[in-house]
Design a protein around this ligand. Structure first.
Ligand code: XMP
Length: 323
């Protein structure tokens, strides 16, 4: 019978045998899949695994700390953090086009990740022969099977790793569905905030700012997003919604009034959706009092935001993200 304990035991044994005395590396995105895959491999081979986390400066409030502190504390994993915020912001300066932004973020990510990888490989120690990926069963099916050492499909990571990659892949979650992965993560003692995390796009908040991405705008959006998440969690709604992107319309301003003065600020869009698999989605009918709390807090607490609007579009025709 299927138990998380069995899955862990089986995988740990198989990974130990496969890796032998070589080393493995794993990219952490902050998401559930890569975290659980890394934790499982860490359990199997300990310090023969090194994880890489690229901080592109486009994460939400507290997420980088979750990886840097909580994940490391829970697993004892060896982690290399690359602070690349400035690099990403420089590359994104002056760019408003969504596809252009995605391309830049993907490209920079690969460069930074490869650089970190090269540094790890150059370290003293056994050869780095393996790359750990958090591929799930639905990914395997979607990409038509695969042998486990095949090319990495671009939807498995932020921008797609190069196709001539010479690593052998370790994909310990290949037979699991998302809810099973969460159970395994829980069993491995990972923090609740990581195990129960809702989907978040690789390009991060970079595609939730309609307009140019700047540090100042990211900080505004991070505040607004943190408020929305806090209130949704407090209302016990996390399990009811698939995700709730919070979007800053940085190129739009509207007139408002606050205290005894006129304001001319930006709107924040709330995009709560319900979905089974993100292929289609419906807008979530959130309780008015929760929406009201979020709106009041965002307009009171976030500088330069004077309006909160609700996206009531299903997918299709709208996508979940705005860019
Ligand atoms: P859309 O906007 O296409 O989003 O309806 C569907 C789901 O995919 C997530 N998403 C991404 N995830 N890298 C990712 O890892 C990406 O570039 C990306 N773009 C969108 C989105 O959050 C939603 O869950």
């Amino acid at each position: 019978t299927w138990t998380t304990g069995n899955v862990i035991e089986e995988q740990v044994e198989a990974i130990r045998e496969l890796v032998g005395d070589k080393r493995a590396i794993c990219g952490l995105s902050g998401g559930v899949d890569s975290a659980v895959a890394a934790a499982l491999v860490q359990k199997a081979i300990g310090s023969q695994l090194t994880c890489v986390y690229v901080d592109h400066g486009l994460m939400r409030k507290g997420e980088t700390e979750q990886v840097e502190k909580d994940f490391v504390a829970a697993t004892g994993v060896q982690l290399k953090v690359v602070d690349a915020e400035e690099r990403f912001l420089n590359a994104l300066a002056g760019v408003s086009d969504p596809e252009e932004k995605r391309k830049i973020i993907g490209r920079e990510f690969i460069r930074v990740f490869e650089q970190a990888q090269a540094e790890i490989i150059a370290d003293e120690g056994p050869a780095v022969e393996f790359l750990v990926q958090g591929t799930l069963y639905p990914d395997v099916v979607e990409s038509g099977g695969g042998t486990g050492t095949a090319n990495i499909k671009s939807h498995h990571n932020v921008g797609g790793l190069p196709e001539d990659l010479e690593f052998k892949l370790i994909e310990p979650l290949r037979k699991l569905f998302k809810d099973e992965v969460r159970m395994v993560g829980q069993e491995l003692g990972l923090p609740e905030e990581i195990v129960q995390r809702q989907p978040f796009p690789g390009p991060g908040l970079g595609i939730r700012i309609v307009g140019e991405v700047t540090k100042e705008r990211l900080d505004l959006l991070r505040e607004a997003d943190a408020i929305a998440r806090e209130e949704l969690t407090a209302a016990g709604l996390d399990r009811d919604i698939w995700q709730c992107p919070v979007v800053l319309l940085a190129d739009v301003r509207s007139v408002g009034v606050q205290g005894d003065g006129r304001t001319y600020g930006h709107p924040i869009v709330l995009r709560p959706v319900s979905s089974e698999d993100a292929m289609t989605a419906d807008w979530s009918r959130l309780p008015y009092d929760v929406l009201s709390r979020i709106s009041t807090r965002i307009t009171n607490e976030v500088r330069d935001v004077n309006r909160v609007v609700l996206d009531v579009t299903s997918k299709p025709p709208g996508t979940i993200e705005w860019e």
